[in-house]
Design a protein around this ligand. Structure first.
Ligand code: PA5
Length: 473
């Protein structure tokens, strides 16, 4: 399919169905037309301020859909020629985007397939924790000769990622010798700053850049997301074409025609009316890690103590991920009858890669015979519609992002939509969605605990806390 051609795009556009969050559909717990209208001037101001930030490059993530990907593809193809294992080392925004793309767009059992079945691409591993058992167990299984490590850290100093890198570097040097190391590392980090950049320069590792001004959670369309995706065989140009297509729609000034404005405004209004939890519930296993990625971008961008004027505001909805239909049998009882403090965003796939017909057997058992003749695709979508309807009936607000098919073009639209939605929501709350002072504090305390020079003051603070009476049973 040619994504420059308007007719191929038209049928692959995602849509936002927000009927079930409106008061017209669910009654007084929903959002009324008057509430939306009253917020329109504010949304317009936020839109204009972000557009100015886009033009003066304060928000470079807006322009990522239009980048040249040739270097990334070249490097990815080179890696795929020899590597059997591609291991990403990174955390937070340096891992969640790559994971979401991989789960959405590659075979669900990619690593179990033969090399041919994987399209001659490496097995993919995403190590986003410093659990010694999980990490050590993986390292013990990999053939160093056939493995490449992709070290991703924008700051170049995150303790977890740098510790992983140091462990791996020592192991690889022991296994292969210093001379062969270079081939087995590719680093993605700031073009100039940070310790990883220093290491790249001194050891001449291959590297790609995270553009300055693009925060981790907005980095899925930089080499952070694109290199691993290209290595595993995802069409990154189609992905970016989807993001670019959504960019046109989210550049629309009229909020009522702009899916990012509407998603942000409705979530914001719902929060103001006591819906302090935002549940994202994909009805598709492939999209489950998009909910994980959303959890980070929504939490880290909007969970803020201070507004732009310095007032204490403590903003932010708590994002929760759920998976349909699995979590119908785990969470939906609470969603239906527990506190009415949630909004729901369903991700619904209109056409799956496989239909999987349910055979017409057990015709004499009424309780299951009705399933025969349908498909699993029908069943999962019937369950999504039923859950939405049941929640609406109980006065519980939801929206549905309808996705024609899971493919790079549509996934690009979804991720870009949610990035812009987050930026707009930040403006509505009057906070800075692009910083993360709360995460930084935890990082500084970790440095102090691990004895990093320059953090003695923080260490003393921690010691003082330790002297508190302890209640441990
Ligand atoms: O979104 C963010 O900014 C954070 O989640 C970071 O991605 C995370 O803390 C990792 O940082 P870094 O990429 O600098 O290692």
């Amino acid at each position: 399919m040619d994504w420059r051609d308007e007719s191929s795009r038209a049928g692959m556009r995602i849509t936002l169905d927000y009927n079930s969050i409106t008061s017209g559909f669910i009654g007084k717990n929903g959002i009324s037309k008057e509430e939306i209208d009253a917020l329109l001037p504010r949304a317009r101001e936020v839109h204009e301020s972000l557009a100015r930030g886009r033009n003066d490059e304060a928000h470079p993530f807006f322009n990522l859909p239009y980048q040249d990907t040739s270097l990334i593809k070249l490097l990815a193809d080179d890696i795929a020629k020899w590597a059997e294992n591609f291991v990403l080392l990174g955390i937070g925004g340096s891992a969640l985007g790559p994971i979401a793309l991989h789960t959405a767009l590659r075979h669900p059992y990619h690593n179990l397939l033969s090399r041919r079945g994987r399209g001659k691409r490496p097995r993919m591993f995403f190590m986003d924790n410093v659990d010694p058992d999980a990490f050590g167990s993986l390292l013990a299984e990999l053939n160093p000769e056939k493995t490449i490590f992709c070290v991703v850290t924008k700051s170049g100093g995150t303790a977890e990622t740098m510790a992983q890198f140091m462990v791996v570097r020592a192991l690889m040097q022991k296994a292969l010798g210093k001379r062969k190391l270079k081939k087995h590392f590719v680093c993605i980090t700031d073009p100039e700053k940070g310790n990883l950049r220093k290491i790249v320069q001194s050891e001449r590792f291959t590297s790609l850049e995270v553009p300055p001004g693009v925060g981790g959670r907005f980095s899925v369309f930089t080499p952070v997301g694109l290199l691993p995706a290209a290595v595993s065989g995802i069409d990154i140009d189609e992905l970016l074409a989807g993001a670019a297509d959504m960019d046109k729609r989210t550049s629309e000034q009229n909020s009522l025609e702009n899916p990012a404005h509407m998603t942000a405004m409705l979530q914001y209004l719902a929060d103001k009316k006591g819906r302090h939890i935002s549940v994202m519930m994909p009805y598709s296993s492939a999209l489950r890690d998009i909910a994980d990625w959303y959890r980070q971008i929504w939490a880290e961008s909007l969970g803020k103590k201070l507004d732009l004027k310095g007032n204490i505001v403590h903003t932010g909805q708590t994002p929760v991920k759920a998976l349909g239909t699995t979590d119908q049998h785990s969470q939906v009882q609470l969603y239906m009858e527990g506190p009415n403090d949630k909004t729901f965003i369903f991700l619904r796939v209109e056409s799956f890669q496989r239909e999987l017909p349910i055979p017409k057997i057990y015709k004499d058992i009424d309780g299951i015979a009705y399933l025969g003749g349908h498909t699993m695709a029908e069943l999962i979508n019937a369950e999504q519609a039923a859950t939405e309807a049941a929640l609406a009936g109980a006065g519980r607000p939801s929206m549905t992002i309808r996705i024609p098919e899971v493919r790079p073009f549509t996934v690009g639209q979804v991720l870009y939509l949610l990035e812009v939605t987050t930026a707009i929501a930040g403006g509505l709350y009057g906070i800075d969605p692009f910083d993360q002072p709360g995460v930084e504090e935890g990082k500084l305390l970790t440095y102090a605990m691990m004895g990093r020079p320059g953090f003695e003051g923080k260490r003393a603070e921690l010691e003082k806390q330790k002297r508190r009476p302890e209640y441990v049973i």
